[in-house]
Ligand binder design. Structure first.
Ligand code: TRP
Length: 536
């Protein structure tokens, strides 16, 4: 969504290339020991500190992912509340997404998905929903709609190849899911329910026949036993009856109210947000097309669980959503958090990653249009080698003597930064950092190590990708009954007026939701009055 040249205004988004985000892992200093007070006050994100990482490990029983340990995933909103919910076996799910803008993903694109996959495992295999915003890319780029759809289909396969499982992962494109897909699924869920009912009826029938036979035989043997049997079956029947009644009430299947569930939530959200608000958050102006102005609601909607009745069942507002994303997506979720409670939902939680720097250095986001700025998942080992050797920005010194004396400038060195993403071994990494920073290792040696790691990552990816065909993609994208994933989960429904709930919860919320909509309306009224006065 962000056209980085125009959007969003610096006051609302952390500077994308801020050294605050990029140099934190420098020289092995754990990033969370830095003071990032700016982030906390200005944007309302909290930093992921040692304490939170420890708690994560304790609650989930999983050692923290390297991205967490190395401060690559460095900020969050309400992650602590997600851990609380996980502890209490409450329903949680993960939501992430991608705007399909290139044919193949590059390594930077993989980062949030790799992290999401790991989180899903750590959080007990909770559902993951992945949004592909083909609509967004049609609106904000000169991509033709058909082209966006095409890229979307290809990107879905790449995302699957990260290693997701259709059992607990739902991938959808906005164009496809915005329609009435759910309706079809509801029909088939009902059909399955009817079939189950018929099967139960057949089972009861068989039971009655058996009983009859028993009774016949029992009659020969004598009366006492027969009576007892009869009693038990009667009790049994009543039990079954109430059991069924109970389940019919507890395990509601979605109804026609859920046709077009995504679109309905988009509209609910759009109703809550003024142009003034999105202008402030995203920097939209008078010449922004109206699709873009309203799009943030489309990205917000999947953070509300009732966008997915086929996963959460009917009216299951209580599920908590955690969004793993890159820091540039934060404005969307700041906005989302503002409307959650008004719509009766828990506030969306996030975990946010730093940018993956381009080969050329921290200057820009990796771009699909410049093939040399990124390593694509389709690159061959030879291409990877050439790209790294030729284009990776080096913090090494001009001459070997100078390098030995001063050591590499790790603050700008791309091979070193990329190793932090892809070197699995902490000890190795620390060793490279120390030796490179002190001049014992040369750039060429570090690059060679990086190339090895990248070839491994890309090679393994390509093996998985080769197995993803159209049928596999359909297994992830078809709207299907996934309510089984929620079995045994507690839905701590929000309910009640939003304001009260807000007080109890607001945990990571400091600094956000600066103005209530009433304040804003008042201001706007004043402004238009002033404008009117000016005209006169
Ligand atoms: N807007 C994102 C992009 O341009 C795509 C996206 C949609 C997303 N929903 C998301 C990213 C949720 C992270 C989390 O890439």
């Amino acid at each position: 969504m962000f056209d980085r040249k125009r959007l969003p205004p610096p006051s609302t988004l952390p500077p994308p290339r801020s050294p605050r985000y990029s140099s934190s892992v420098l020289l092995g200093i754990p990033p969370h020991t830095h003071t990032h007070t700016d982030d906390e006050t200005q944007f309302g994100v909290s930093l992921i500190d040692e304490g939170l990482i420890e708690r994560f490990e304790k609650v989930t029983g999983h050692p923290a992912h390297p991205f967490l340990r190395r401060g690559i995933v460095f900020a969050h909103r309400d992650l602590n509340l997600i851990l609380d919910a996980f502890e209490k076996k409450e329903a949680i799910y993960l939501y992430t997404g991608r705007g399909p803008s290139s044919e193949a993903l590059h390594l930077g694109h993989l980062v949030p998905f790799m992290f999401t996959l790991w989180l899903q495992k750590a959080l007990g295999g909770c559902p993951v929903v992945i949004q592909l915003t083909d609509d967004e890319k049609t609106l904000c780029r000169s991509l033709e709609l058909e082209k966006a759809e095409e890229l979307c289909a290809a990107n879905i396969k790449d995302i699957i190849a990260v290693g997701f499982d259709p059992k607990n992962t739902f991938i959808f494109s906005d164009f496809e899911y915005m329609g009435g897909e759910v309706w079809r699924e509801i029909e088939s869920m009902r059909e399955r329910e009817r079939e189950r009912e018929r099967e139960r009826e057949r089972e009861r029938e068989r039971g009655r026949e058996r009983e009859e036979r028993e009774r016949g035989r029992g009659g020969e043997r004598g009366g006492g036993r027969e009576l007892r049997n009869k009693k038990e079956t009667g009790k049994e029947r009543i039990k079954t009856h109430f059991f069924q009644l109970f389940f019919q009430r507890e395990k509601k299947t979605p109804t026609h109210h859920h046709q077009g569930a995504l679109y309905k939530n988009v509209i609910r959200i759009q109703r809550q947000i003024t142009f003034n608000q999105v202008k402030g958050i995203f920097g939209f102006g008078d010449s922004t097309n109206i699709g873009m102005v309203s799009f943030p609601a489309v990205q917000a909607a999947p953070a509300l669980p009732d966008t997915f009745p086929h996963i959460f069942g009917e009216n299951q507002k209580g599920a908590r959503c955690l969004v793993p994303c890159a820091i540039d997506q934060d404005p969307y979720f700041r906005m989302t958090r503002d409307i959650c409670q008004r719509l009766g939902h828990h506030k969306t939680a996030t975990v946010e990653a730093r940018f993956f720097p381009t080969l050329q250095g921290e200057a820009g986001k990796m771009s699909a249009s410049d093939p040399n700025s990124a390593i694509f998942v389709t690159d061959t080992p030879k291409q990877i080698k050439t790209k790294v050797n030729k284009h990776a920005f080096s913090g090494g010194r001009a001459t070997v003597e100078e390098h030995r004396a001063l050591g590499a400038d790790l603050g700008v060195d791309i091979p070193w930064k990329w190793l932090q993403f892809f070197e699995p071994d902490d000890a190795e990494l620390a060793q490279v950092g120390e030796a490179y920073g002190s001049g014992r290792l040369l750039t060429g040696e570090v690059k060679a190590r990086l190339i090895e790691r990248l070839c491994e990552v890309v090679g393994e990816f390509q093996q998985r990708r080769a197995r993803v065909d159209d049928a596999a993609a359909r297994a992830f994208t078809s709207v299907r009954d996934m309510t089984g994933l929620m079995e045994g989960k507690v839905f701590a429904a929000k309910g009640g007026p939003a304001k009260k709930a807000g007080k109890k919860e607001g945990g990571g919320g400091g600094g956000e939701g600066k103005k209530t909509s009433r304040e804003e309306k008042r201001e706007e009224a004043k402004r238009s009055e002033a404008e009117a006065a000016n005209k006169e």
